[in-house]
Design a binder for this molecule. Structure first.
Ligand code: NAD
Ligand code: IPM
Ligand code: MN
Length: 354
């Protein structure tokens, strides 16, 4: 299996390299893994003047799976949009047609005291946010900043979804719900935005093909509130690109830390891009304190979804549970009575547990 490792920026390399080591150590299907590294994000700009160098994009197209760290450098919001490190990731998702982004938020019982919520509210949390990844205000045209007749600057982005884009992510949501508890909650802003009214209509239409799945709808503001009020009522949440971005960071804190959350981005085939939900965290980069478990759990998703290696995926998840049960914690999930370890030591502990 050809796996392209894109460490990226900040804590990206610190978490992606242990995740790659865990991937190879855990696999059970006898695949020969060929790992290649390439630059993306700020590292892409440094290497080739582009956040997605053509050589990196080409390697990604030739790969069976991609393991990604993070993209982003301090102060990068001042750069023009196309030159920002994150634009490399956005272009890669689009170019590979990876439209379905699976972001599970699972509370490990050992981390219940690290959650921002009271134990009785968050106990048993196991939900999946399915975020559409190729549309919305992220890619809609027109976009940009221009100067109007009065000399004032006007910023424009376009929230845009076609019926077929909504339909394919809705089908992915219903299929996923069937594999879980047959509950799907679609999140939109249909009370205000026409594009989201279409979203709700199309999801409802697709739902008629899945009469065994209980479909509900929430407006995004209420969904944000209910995620904190009754998070364990949710199972699968399907939503657009921007709302999914925001809600998944919110859901992260229910699990104890954004450093715990993995993700998988898939298109029509088996090739996927696997990455932790967090960013490059410039505030803690280079200090060996970042939590590598979100990246490591992304390797588990890679084995499950791109390598058809359920046993290997389960081994990684069991190893993560074991190190947590032994009391090892990085700073972001550290609570009294547990043992504080750094990024490298946490990665090594997972390898040892394997
Ligand atoms: P961030 O996720 O990088 O960090 C948010 C907070 O969470 C910070 O306090 C950080 O220290 C902490 N944190 C994040 N990951 C952690 C980990 N593994 N262990 C411990 N603590 C962790 O978000 P931000 O600060 O808003 O963005 C920083 C840069 O990353 C920006 O350039 C942004 O565009 C980029 N970004 C990239 C991705 C990605 O590559 N997928 C995702 C989000 C943000
Ligand atoms: C994420 C990130 C990216 C996004 C950024 C870095 C482009 O926040 O993967 O959640 O907004 O999709
Ligand atoms: Mn995000």
């Amino acid at each position: 299996m050809k796996v392209l490792v894109l460490p990226g920026d900040g804590i990206g390399p610190e978490v992606a390299r242990p995740a790659a080591a865990v991937l190879v150590a855990a696999a059970t299907r006898g695949h020969e893994f060929v790992l290649t590294e390439a630059p993306i994000g700020g590292a892409g700009i440094a290497a080739a003047g582009d956040p997605l160098p053509e050589a990196t994009a080409h390697l990604a197209e030739q790969s069976d799976a991609i393991l990604f760290g993070a993209a982003g450098i301090a102060g990068d919001t001042l750069l023009p949009a196309a030159r920002r490190p994150g634009a490399g990731l956005l272009r890669l998702r689009k170019r590979l047609g990876l439209f379905a982004n699976y972001r599970p938020a699972v509370l490990y019982p050992e981390l219940i005291d690290a959650s921002s919520l009271k134990p009785e509210i968050v106990r048993g949390l196991d939900l999946m946010i399915l975020r559409e990844l190729n549309g919305d205000a992220y890619f809609g045209e027109p976009r940009g900043v221009s100067v109007d007749a009065g000399g004032e600057r006007i910023g424009v982005n376009t929230m845009r979804y076609s019926e077929s884009e909504i339909r394919r992510i809705a089908h992915a949501g219903f299929r996923l719900a069937r594999k879980r508890t047959r509950k799907l909650c679609s999140v939109d802003k249909a009370n205000v935005l026409e594009v989201m009214k279409l979203w709700r209509e199309v999801v409802t239409e697709v739902g008629r093909e899945y009469p065994d799945v209980a479909l509900t709808h929430l407006f995004v503001d209420a969904a944000a509130m209910h995620l904190l009020r009754r998070p364990t009522d949710f199972d699968v949440i399907v939503t657009g690109n921007m709302f999914g971005d925001i809600l998944s960071d919110e859901a992260a804190m229910l699990t104890g830390s954004i450093g715990m959350l993995p993700s998988a981005s898939l298109g029509e085939g088996r090739r996927g891009l696997y990455e932790p939900v967090h960013g490059s965290a410039p505030d803690i980069a280079g200090r060996d304190i970042a939590n590598p478990l979100g990246a490591i759990l992304s390797s588990a998703m890679l084995l499950r979804l791109s390598a058809d290696d359920e046993a290997g995926a389960t081994r990684i998840e069991a190893a993560v549970r074991e190190v947590l049960a032994r009391g090892l914690r990085t700073a972001d999930i550290h609570t009294p009575g547990t043992t504080l370890v750094g990024t490298a030591a946490m990665g090594a502990a997972v390898l040892a547990a394997l």
